[in-house]
Design a binder for this molecule. Structure first.
Ligand code: NAP
Ligand code: MG
Length: 492
């Protein structure tokens, strides 16, 4: 079958974006960008260093204090809409770059288009939040006037993972452009290409030099330097708990503001009265989408005991129908895992699951034919899982569903909340009372009732407990790139 060929952008060695210029890293080293569907080299990215971070932060500071600081809310909105158009006009290329670099099927990456359009328009609609001011009536003498503003926090460091950078980068760039902040982005070294191409398109669309900067490289070099940098005012991080803890420690030097969006082990609860024609595919794709590499994945499927066996059998039957392959092929629903490292991690958990629970479907790497060159695994279903088993406690970040039986609503809630995480959850039932009680009882930032994974940019999402803090999307997100400032005038 003919597959789309890589865009011209995917060649050579990609450089760093610092102060509006594409520049070499001072290390002179590079990192291979690999297509996880076949293990082949796509191109190379620069291996940035702490010195490159210094240069990028200096450029971002200069831009923050320069002409960008005098952009009106209206001008920032116009710029965001220009960026929107540039992204939409080049979306086919961006979707293909993302598919090549991180493996998700084109059906998925192309599918981001409408959602990203909504997201960018949302941020464009929020530019009035920064700089807005009010003369407040006060309890002090009438010759005083107060002016309260929302002021941009400054230079924002963005550190993002590899599981969907074409979407994830906008949680940094969107609010930065909306508020007048500037950004230094560090994409994951396993999938940096869409961040680089998006940033190039943004510069062409008129984003002033230094307002966005990209330093590719390893977390231990670039990520660590960014999170400890005295010139960075805020870090927006998406990734794992361990890295977040390192970032919290590194941020102490200048008490920088943090936004931490971490992992999950989200419960998806199916009651016996659920419409299984919807619940089975809904819960299945709540785990298997993006090959399970989704922070909000509903990996603990809690199923009421009366329907446990039927549900498991239907879930396994559904998993068998999923087309796995190179994301460039039409009809493919799930692609490879991101890397050999992630493959090893997922296979490790599949081995553990095979020992502690009942394997019903999957559990293997796909080694036949062309797929053997990539990092493909079968969507996997374990049944009769107990909530204290390793596969029910640790985030696997692969297409592995653990079905856990429960008896009552109280049981379901106890099991659902017996996890260190609190990112998301789901409920499938036709009983409104059950839906209300359970959705309110789950301790997480987002709950879906009779659906899974829907996110409205204007509403947003976030986590609690060890899934981190800081809301993404919605007005709160934009406000978290601002701080309040009051000025008192004595008019006498
Ligand atoms: P990770 O290892 O924490 O990596 C995330 C980013 O942090 C990467 O860019 C990484 O660089 C960088 N990094 C690594 N060490 C660092 C350090 N010491 N200081 C600063 N930055 C550092 O996470 P991952 O395993 O790639 O991603 C999967 C995790 O992200 C899962 O836990 C998942 O649930 C979570 N996630 C959460 C959300 C959400 O919104 N809640 C969304 C997606 C993913 P490298 O490129 O060198 O790895
Ligand atoms: Mg790659």
């Amino acid at each position: 079958m003919s597959q789309p060929t890589p865009p011209a952008f995917v060649q050579g060695t990609k450089q760093l974006l610092i102060g509006g210029q594409w520049v070499a890293s001072n290390t002179g080293q590079h990192i291979d960008a690999i297509n996880p569907a076949n293990g082949e080299l796509l191109c190379r990215i620069a291996q940035g260093s702490a010195q490159d971070v210094d240069r990028a932060v200096a450029a971002a500071r200069k831009a923050f204090e320069g002409p960008w600081s005098r952009f009106t809310a209206h001008e920032r909105r116009k710029l965001l809409l220009k960026v929107h158009d540039a992204i939409m006009d080049n979306f086919e290329e961006l979707a293909l770059i993302e598919t090549l670099d991180m493996g998700a099927p084109l059906a998925r990456t192309r599918g981001y288009k409408e959602w990203l359009s909504q997201l960018l328009q949302f941020y464009a609609s929020q530019t009035g939040l920064a700089g807005s001011s009010t003369g407040t009536p006060m309890s002090i003498a009438p010759n005083f006037m107060a002016l309260k503003h929302q002021v941009p926090v400054g230079v924002v460091g963005g550190i993002i993972p590899w599981n969907g950078p074409l979407m994830g980068l906008w949680w940094i760039y969107g609010p930065a452009l909306a508020t007048g902040c500037t950004a230094v982005l560090k994409p994951a070294e396993d999938a940096s290409l869409s961040s680089l191409r998006v940033s190039e398109l943004m510069m062409e669309a008129g984003v002033p030099e230094g307002v966005i900067n990209v330093v590719t490289g390893y977390g231990k070099d670039v990520g660590q330097a960014l999170s400890g940098h005295m010139g960075v005012d805020r870090v927006a991080f998406t990734g794992s708990v361990g890295t977040a803890q390192a970032i919290v420690r590194a941020s102490a030097g200048n008490l920088k503001r943090l936004q931490l969006e971490l992992g999950g082990k989200s419960p998806d609860i199916v009651f016996a009265d659920a419409d299984l024609d919807k619940a089975v595919p809904g819960a299945a794709m709540g785990v298997f989408s993006n090959t399970g590499q989704v922070c909000v994945a509903g990996t603990r499927i809690l199923v009421q005991r009366a329907i446990h066996d039927e549900f498991v059998q239907r879930l396994a039957a559904f998993a068998k129908t999923i087309k796995i392959g190179d994301g460039r092929e039409s009809g493919v629903q799930i692609g490879p895992l991101i890397s050999q490292r992630q493959l090893d991690r997922v296979m490790h958990y599949m081995d553990i699951g095979g020992k502690e629970a009942q394997l019903v479907h999957g559990g293997q790497r796909l080694t036949g034919g062309e797929l053997g060159k990539g990092f493909f695994v079968e969507p996997t279903v374990f049944a009769n899982v107990r909530n204290d088993m390793t596969i029910a406690r640790e985030e696997i970040f692969g297409p592995v569903a653990s079905v856990i039986p429960f008896d009552t609503v109280e049981d379901a809630l106890r099991l659902a909340n017996d996890t260190p995480y609190g990112l998301a959850g789901g409920v499938w039932t036709q009983n409104l009372g059950t839906a209300h009680k359970v959705s309110q009882g789950i301790r997480s930032g987002t709950v879906w009732v009779n659906c899974y994974g829907v996110i409205d940019p204007a509403t947003g999402f976030g986590g609690t407990k060890m899934s981190g803090y800081g809301w993404k999307g919605g007005k709160e997100h934009v406000e978290s790139f601002l701080y309040p400032k009051a000025t008192y005038f004595n008019l006498d």
